[in-house]
Design a protein around this ligand. Structure first.
Ligand code: GLC
Length: 535
């Protein structure tokens, strides 16, 4: 396998490392225990110091918070919990002054049931907004992603409405041109202000079957799983018409120049690739969640990387993530030590990277007792591992009791393990996870070969994964020991440019190198010119 980027312009978002902020948990500025925009603004220097290029902020719009902001009651406002529109404008201005891009979350599949559109829609069967949502006399067998039927009966008007998530999140009808027009205007509202792009929530769910056919049963369903798994999502997800909507959305962004459209899409690789769109007129970056789902072994990782890169449509741009606000943190999934190797692997892959706040510290999931759960996914289906509170806990800034996150009562506990890796401490420790991330960010920005160079010689064996990244000027050998044992690996001669053990940076290697358990390194090949084939 050999992956080549080819001759492409490098828009800002292609070179970017994006940092996801979960705003409730980043920095509180007013003592209510919940993070806010002013808090993010106060921490802008942190992003600059870390070296990231863009910030994506999970939803900050007015919301009853049934799903913590993913239930939007006004697409063109700011929830008072997060601040005011002035705070937002200020944040955007200050971020841009520092050269940081700002990406917002856009939630098109559903609104809040408190959104004036839905209030109108449910008020009577002949309200002009009735057809903005999906109303039916009878439910079909579609199941909510949070468990139970995706249909809710509305006694007032005697019909059921569709909600792929909570009943407080009714699904919009994207087949209705008036819905499209209103939603695209909301995008324009923020684009006019100067936001640099959007991460689009559940992009693959936006359009459902126009005949509302029942989903077929899932033969692999097992008792105890979410009821969503009872059926295969044939008719309420990944419908062909969705690509038309995505292309139109992309068109709206292009009215404003070089902005980025990122899609949240949980689909197998082959289906995912369709979201780049016909002639690449779809999402710039359909989120690649392969590293979130892949078993953490050398064979599985090599196969996944190969499959993903081989499946990319010509001219499209890859991207990678290790975590987000819906998944257990990488340090909890694979352990703190292995998470360092994961970081090095991530920064060695071609394309755009997105990191989840706290990953750079080695933050771990914080166990939340069942009776203290906030997340509706946990509350509706307790005890089957659906809860997302553990990965959404406050950012630890310093070692003080409230870790500099708030002066009040934090909305979720901070957790002792996370306090221990607080920013203040991690910054002083030259071998902390934070120091590793800063080093990797610097290296990536200094070495275009790591961003856009070709990837070749990918192989896995003896629980070690290896590959080469190179462009016309430089070549880097990447080796990652996924085992718990010492490994001796044959490599090309060079010097260590990055290593999970930062003491080893600068060390010269000749034909072989010893790797401690979970050790990984990027080796700058000495005689690059003789090793590199110019493409
Ligand atoms: C996406 C979000 C998730 C949210 C859901 C419904 O998957 O990432 O947090 O609950 O959509 O909007």
């Amino acid at each position: 396998m050999e992956y080549r980027v080819g001759m492409q312009d490098l828009s800002w978002w292609k070179r970017a490392v994006i940092y996801q902020v979960y705003p409730r948990s980043f920095q509180d500025s007013n003592g209510d225990g919940i993070g806010d925009l002013e808090g993010i603004r106060a921490r802008l220097d942190y992003f600059v110091d870390l070296g990231v290029d863009a910030i994506w902020i999970s939803p900050i719009y007015p919301s009853p918070m049934a799903d913590f902001g993913y239930d939007v009651a006004d697409y063109c406002g700011i929830d008072p919990i997060f601040g005011t529109m002035e705070d937002f404008d200020h944040l955007l201005e200050k971020a841009h002054q520092r050269g940081l891009r700002l990406i917002l979350d856009f939630v098109p599949n559903h609104t809040s049931d408190q959104h004036p559109w839905f209030v109108a829609s449910r008020s009577s069967r002949d309200n002009p907004k009735r057809n903005w949502y999906r109303w039916r006399d009878q439910p079909n067998n579609w199941q909510s992603h949070f468990g139970g039927s995706a249909w809710e009966f509305d006694g007032e008007t005697g019909q059921y409405y569709l909600h792929e998530f909570l009943k407080e999140q009714p699904d919009l009808n994207w087949r209705n041109p008036a819905v499209k027009a209103a939603m695209f205007d909301a995008l324009r509202f923020w684009l006019r202000k100067g936001v640099d792009g959007f991460r689009v929530d559940v992009m693959w769910l936006m359009i459902k079957d126009d005949q509302f056919r029942d989903n077929p049963p899932n033969p692999a369903y097992e008792a105890g799983q979410s009821t969503r798994n009872k059926f295969l999502p044939v008719y309420d997800a990944d419908r062909p018409e969705v690509h038309e909507v995505v292309a139109e959305m992309r068109g709206v962004l292009e009215e404003f120049g070089d902005r980025v459209l990122i899609g949240e899409i949980y689909l197998p690789i082959e289906r995912l690739m369709h979201y780049y769109g016909r002639e690449l007129r779809g999402a710039n970056l359909p989120f690649n969640f392969q590293l979130l789902q892949c078993p953490w072994t050398a064979d599985d990782l090599a196969r996944t990387i190969d499959e993903y890169l081989s499946a990319l449509p010509a001219g499209s741009w890859p991207n990678w993530v290790l975590g987000n606000h819906d998944k257990s943190r990488i340090a909890s999934r694979i352990g703190l030590n292995m998470a360092r190797a994961a970081a090095l692997l991530l920064f060695s892959l071609p394309g755009t990277l997105t990191i989840y706040y706290g990953e750079e510290l080695g933050m771990q999931d914080v166990p939340i007792p069942p009776d203290e759960a906030h997340d509706p996914a946990e509350k509706r289906q307790p005890g089957i591992g659906m809860g997302r509170d553990p990965e959404r806990t406050p950012m630890p800034w310093d070692p003080s009791p409230l870790c500099g996150f708030t002066d009040g009562l934090p909305w979720l506990p901070i957790g002792e393990a996370n306090r221990a890796v607080n920013v203040e401490f991690s910054r002083k420790d030259p071998h902390s996870m934070l120091s590793l991330y800063r080093h990797l960010l610097q290296l990536r920005h200094a070495e275009p070969a790591l961003v856009s160079g070709r990837l070749s010689e990918l192989k896995a064996g003896n629980r070690v994964i290896q590959f080469v990244r190179s462009d016309a000027r430089k070549a880097f050998g990447i080796v990652v020991n996924l085992s718990e044992e010492l490994r001796r690996v044959a490599v090309k001669a060079g010097s260590i440019a990055a290593c999970t053990d930062l003491h080893r940076v600068g060390e010269l290697v000749s034909d072989g190198v010893n790797l401690a358990p979970a050790e990984a390194m990027i080796i700058e090949v000495r005689d690059a010119a003789t090793n590199v084939v110019i493409v």
